[in-house]
Design a protein around this ligand. Structure first.
Ligand code: ACO
Length: 372
């Protein structure tokens, strides 16, 4: 095998009309719109609609879409019962995977529950499931999950905080959801497409994607980055600790990227939000520690912070538990996954690559009594 193709690095495995990730000088675009324009001017719901349907919504379309998202906030009683059984120590990614899978048993994909219908439901449903489980396991509370908030960020913050969220906090979360929404053939999206290519159902593709996003080399990096930042008390200890990690040839979470080689265009959008929140709370310590880690990574190895690094800090300042960071990535990326599942279905062929065999040469079978 060509050394470069380990992990399929540098291998083009298909076509997409959904996003460009730093290709041909186009930077990161969703359906042709730059990530900078979308993060500065759009709301997450417009972006989700754009990804799934291919065009930005009109006012009427957006209002209808938001109404459907609000309808998705409710949880079937059977889902509540299942969530109540999941221990407090369950990884919240497993909670989401289980909730989606269970919904797939209750309301399987059908002519009535089309992929589009399920997709509209799942974003709000995942927020409600996560927060219902959390409230039940931590406070023994049967949380009312209908917030009537007409944004995903608003719904999430309302259920977490118990009141209508501050507009700036909602906006900060909204921007991070926009940045996380889509990224071409990343590992979780590819998993969703592989599953879809077998003509499996929508829920199965989403469950495959959630399981793939869970790992620390992909979505799990935002939680790992926060845990690393939390280890340091001040800038000198962060600098020394990062140098030590590099000396030990450790992977520093929230840095580097398979496709981007010089910078992650999403970092320059999310970092100012982390700074803004640090200033607003008069609590710059974590931000300064994060910047120190970023500085050492660049000075020593020319490795840049990716989206996960400063998103972690934004979530920290918003008071979001660290174990919810990757679930938030799921809630946003559901839009990108849905777009890819639809694109795969529209022009499907089974994804089934080959492998070079490197095992033993053909040999005779050995009976069990003759084995040593
Ligand atoms: N920390 C330390 N060194 C790193 C890092 C890092 N985060 N990322 C890359 N490197 C180094 C590698 O050690 C390697 O060095 P070498 O040539 O001296 O051996 C070189 O950079 C190339 O790295 P690869 O691992 O070959 O790059 P690959 O494309 O396979 O990995 C990946 C990309 C997995 C994202 C990697 O950078 C990584 O593990 N980062 C940390 C996890 C992370 O933040 N993931 C989030 C990705 S973005 C997202 O999901 C939103």
């Amino acid at each position: 095998m060509d050394e470069k193709s380990g992990g399929l690095a540098g291998i083009t495995v298909g076509e997409t009309a959904i996003s460009t990730v730093g290709k041909k000088g186009k930077g990161l675009t969703y359906r042709g719109y730059s990530i900078e324009d979308l993060a500065n001017h759009a709301r997450f719901e417009e972006v989700a609609y754009l990804l799934i349907h291919g065009t930005l919504p009109t006012k009427v379309e957006l209002n209808t879409y938001k109404k459907r998202l609000i309808q998705g906030q409710s949880l079937p009683i059977a889902i509540c019962r299942v969530l109540e059984q999941l221990p407090v120590k369950t990884n919240p990614m497993d909670v989401l995977r289980t909730a989606v899978s269970t919904l797939g048993c209750l309301e399987p994909e059908s002519l009535r529950h089309t992929a589009e219908f399920i997709a509209d439901k799942l974003m709000s449903f995942c927020v409600s499931s996560l927060l219902y489980w959390y409230a039940f396991q931590t406070n023994d509370q049967h949380l009312t999950v209908i917030s009537e908030q007409n944004s995903i960020a608003g719904h999430f913050l309302y259920l977490l905080q118990g009141h209508v969220p501050d507009a700036e906090f909602r906006k900060a979360l909204d921007v991070s959801l926009i940045l996380y929404a889509e990224h071409e053939f990343n590992a979780s999206t590819f998993a969703a497409r592989v599953c879809t290519s077998t003509e499996s159902d929508f829920y199965s593709a989403i469950v495959a994607a959630i399981g793939t996003l869970r790992g620390p080399l992909h979505g799990g990096a935002n939680e790992a980055a926060m845990k690393m930042i939390n280890q340091y008390d001040d800038v000198p200890s962060a600098e020394a600790g990062t140098r030590l990690l590099l000396e030990q040839k450790a992977v520093v979470m929230g840095f580097g990227h398979r496709v981007y080689k010089e910078s992650d265009p999403r970092t320059s959008i999310i970092k100012p939000w982390a700074k803004k929140l640090a200033d607003r709370f008069g609590d710059p310590k974590k931000f300064l520690i994060a910047e120190a880690i970023e500085r050492v990574m660049w000075d020593e190895k020319k490795i840049f912070a990716n989206l996960d690094f400063y998103s972690a800090l934004v979530y920290f300042y918003l008071g979001i538990p660290t174990s919810f960071f990757t679930p938030l990535f799921v809630i946003s990326r559901l839009s990108g996954w849905t777009a890819h599942i639809r694109e795969q279905r529209a022009n499907n062929r089974l994804i089934r690559p080959l492998a070079d065999y490197i095992g033993p040469d053909p040999r005779p079978y050995v009976g069990i009594s003759e084995r040593t």
